[in-house]
Design a protein. Structure first.
Length: 428
């Protein structure tokens, strides 16, 4: 006779799960920070290392390309290694890269370090996907994914603060050193991601029809690439765009930090709210991408007032969809969490790969206003691709997340039992 294990209280459950989710979010923040830090500190780096705007764009492109191209290998690595080991490794790689950049003396060294940083960054999303599916109940996964997704906004926060407070008095090398030291913090916290005694192991679920949802995931990856290309380009060159609009470097740096805080708040709020109806995630993602496109269009006007409004929209809504997209992908393939994280990551960083160099080249051809308008067009195209994927998902003969095994939609029982391979099994 099998005796069911006692249900854990909500308070104990939160105490065990959320520190690990927050640690994954902090790790995701510092691992993507090298790309944003180089962009924010571009004026000083370019001047001292004698690099043109296009050359710096190529170096940053190398970071994002390494993440996108290294994602398949990272997916397999994350599936084999313990989650805490994967996250600690990624955090330490990011720290070493930024400390190395602080001492770089030429463009080749800078680019090589950014490639290494990009490979380390590729480890995070697949590991985070595993962590969320293994420990977070279905009705809280959008919030958990939004917390991890907030890393992209938080990664612009630290460079923005460094531009405002460290660069004026101490220079870009000191600012980059501080960023490298900050990146070590999550490595010390990764033991929090280790399941404690009494927490359930990864649930065993029946595999979903991966071939059926494959085209949907491909369209969502395309949408992520398009929207990320536009938003990443503007985030990378935010300080320069602010200068073009007539804002001082200090004011632009503060605005970058405030916009990042706004983006973090939007990601968390969107995750918490959409957990009430997670099947609406694609519609919310579409609206966010389109709103971000409007913000980018406002930035392209060159007006200081429009720049301020556009920055808020571009950072809050334009980047607010990343966690929701991860949650939506996890609902499609709950038995392959690292694959969901890989899909989102490939899309985001493919767009980020194109963004720095393409934006730099466009500014040389059509100016900052024309390049910003092209970024807005990419965001609108991303919204259209998200809608296409949602319609394809609803087509006859395709499984919906709500009815898929292990899904979290309304038709899924909130406390349906699952088999676990750990010492005890619990309920979501």
């Amino acid at each position: 006779m099998t005796v069911p294990s006692p249900r854990r209280s909500p308070a104990k459950y939160r105490a065990r799960v959320w520190p690990g989710v927050l640690t994954a979010a902090l790790t995701a923040t510092v691992t993507v920070m090298p790309g944003f830090a180089v962009g924010a500190l571009a004026p000083g780096i370019g001047s001292e290392l004698r690099m043109s705007r296009t050359g710096l764009g190529l170096s940053m492109t190398a970071f994002y390309a390494a993440t996108a191209l290294g994602s398949p290998l990272a997916k397999r690595t994350a599936a084999r290694l313990p989650t805490h080991t994967t996250l600690a490794t990624a955090s330490l790689i990011a720290a070493a890269v930024m400390l190395g950049v602080s001492r770089a003396g030429d463009a080749a060294t800078l680019t090589a370090l950014l490639v290494v940083g990009g490979l380390g960054n590729a480890l995070v999303q697949p590991a985070a996907g595993r962590l969320i599916v293994a420990g977070v109940p279905g009705h809280r996964r959008s919030l958990a994914a939004g917390t991890v997704g907030a890393a992209l906004a938080a990664a612009t926060l630290v460079p923005g603060l460094l531009v405002a407070f460290a660069v004026p008095g101490h220079g870009w090398r000191t600012a980059m050193t501080v960023a490298g030291l900050v990146a070590m913090i999550p490595a010390a916290l990764t033991p929090l991601t280790v399941p404690r005694t009494g927490t359930p192991a990864t649930p065993t679920v029946r595999p979903t029809a991966s071939r059926s949802v494959g085209p949907v995931l491909a369209l969502w990856a395309l949408a992520a690439a398009l929207s990320a290309a536009g938003n990443n380009a503007v985030a990378t060159y935010f300080v320069q765009l602010g200068a073009e609009a007539g804002l001082s470097g200090t004011l632009t740096g503060n605005l970058l930090s405030l916009s990042a805080l706004c983006a973090i708040a939007v990601r968390l709020a969107a995750g918490a709210l959409t957990d009430r109806a997670p099947h609406h995630n694609p519609a919310v993602i579409t609206a966010m991408m389109a709103t971000g496109g409007i913000g980018l269009a406002l930035i392209s006007t060159g007006s200081p007032t429009a720049f301020l409004a556009g920055a808020v929209l571009a950072f809050s809504a334009g980047w607010g969809w990343t966690g929701l997209l991860l949650a939506a992908a996890l609902r499609l393939v709950p038995d392959k969490a690292e694959h969901a994280g890989h899909t989102v990551q490939v899309g985001i960083y493919t767009g980020a790969t194109v963004a720095p160099f393409a934006f730099a080249a466009l500014t040389g051809a059509v100016g900052f206003a024309g390049a910003s308008l092209a970024a807005a067009t990419a965001a609108f195209a991303g919204a259209a691709a998200t809608t296409a994927g949602a319609f394809l998902l609803r087509s006859p003969g395709r499984p919906t997340p709500a009815s898929a095994p292990g899904g979290t939609g309304p038709s899924a029982a909130p406390h349906s039992p699952v088999r676990a391979t750990g010492p005890t099994s619990g309920e979501d």
